[in-house]
Design a protein around this ligand. Structure first.
Ligand SMILES: Nc1ncnc2c1ncn2[C@@H]1O[C@H](COP(=O)(O)OP(=O)(O)OP(=O)(O)O)[C@@H](O)[C@H]1O
Ligand SMILES: [Mg+2]
Length: 275
């Protein structure tokens, strides 16, 4: 199911592992897409509200009433949702945010397949919105209703993985969730695994990366996101790294990531057209 116009690219970042760089990758990717002239919507589908806080600050975000956040889409008490009011411009030209905070937690229930019409809340809200080129969904560290809603609404899944844990069980659960979501959203595809927070000086990181490439082959993106303080510093200044330090290695690697993602998306479209 396409969101907005047919040229909209929608990607959700999913992993049930916490702290693997989902929000950071979303935040900085948005900045680079915007610098390339793309109109970006960041959907904060996480009750932690990391993306929202990244742009608007934690105090302002915590004070938002439910009806000014993504929770309004799930809350029967919020009638007559006005997209213009819910989707907020940020200080960065070309980036809008659908914010979230603690109000979303009550709706992020396990067993999302049993959520009835709630499963389609995000998709139904976003589908008629025409004005975005890129929609990025930042998801919480679990595979409950919020991640599920994002997978029902998006076309692509990007799975950030830090190269530290040799167990692949968590990844299998993500793959299974994507397969389950495809029953309701047949257009959903895995864009790939993105190795994040990598420190190539560490033998264990190099070994884990090699193992992931062995196991998952081309599903693992060539671009890896290193652990770099520039990402954190830019976030602390409430700016994506492309705006804060465009010449930094962090900005360069984010541009490389967009190039690789774009190539993957294009070749997927060509395959679809040829099929
Ligand atoms: N490549 C990186 N280099 C340096 N710091 C990073 C990098 N990626 C993430 N971080 C930092 O690590 C912390 C956790 O990252 P982030 O919040 O993006 O993870 P997450 O997967 O969204 O976590 P959660 O599952 O709790 O939502 C943050 O402080 C973030 O700034
Ligand atoms: Mg996060």
């Amino acid at each position: 199911m396409a969101i907005g116009n047919q040229h909209t690219t929608s990607i959700c970042l999913i992993n049930q592992k916490g702290g693997c760089g989902k929000s950071s990758t979303c935040f900085h990717l948005a900045g680079t897409f915007a610098a390339f002239g793309r109109r970006v919507l960041l959907v904060d589908a996480d009750p932690q509200g990391s993306i929202s806080q990244g742009f608007f600050g934690s105090d302002a975000v915590e004070q938002l009433p439910a009806w000014d956040t993504l929770a309004a889409l799930f809350d029967e008490r919020c009638h007559h949702i006005d997209p213009e009011a819910l989707i907020r411009p940020t200080q960065i030209d070309g980036i809008h945010v659908l914010p979230a905070n603690h109000h979303l937690a009550a709706f992020n229930t396990p067993l999302p397949e049993q959520g009835g019409v709630m499963q389609f809340a995000l998709r139904d809200f976003l589908e008629p919105l025409p004005r975005f080129d890129v929609v990025l969904f930042d998801c919480p560290p679990n595979l409950y209703q919020c991640s599920w809603n994002a997978m029902i609404a998006a076309e692509h899944v990007l799975i950030p993985i830090p190269p530290e844990d040799f167990g692949t069980q968590g990844i299998r659960a993500v793959h299974q969730a994507v397969a389950n979501a495809r029953v309701l959203n047949p257009s959903l595809r895995r864009l790939g695994h993105l190795i994040t927070r990598s420190d190539r000086r560490m033998l264990v990181h190099r070994a884990y990366e090699a193992r992931l490439r062995d196991l998952y082959g081309e599903l693992v993106l060539q671009t890896t996101i290193p652990e770099l303080s520039a990402f954190k510093v830019a976030l602390a200044c409430r700016l994506p790294v492309q705006m804060h330090a465009p010449k930094s290695a962090a900005a360069v690697v984010t541009r490389q990531l967009i190039e690789e993602l774009t190539q993957r998306i294009q070749s997927r479209k060509l395959h679809k057209e040829a099929a």
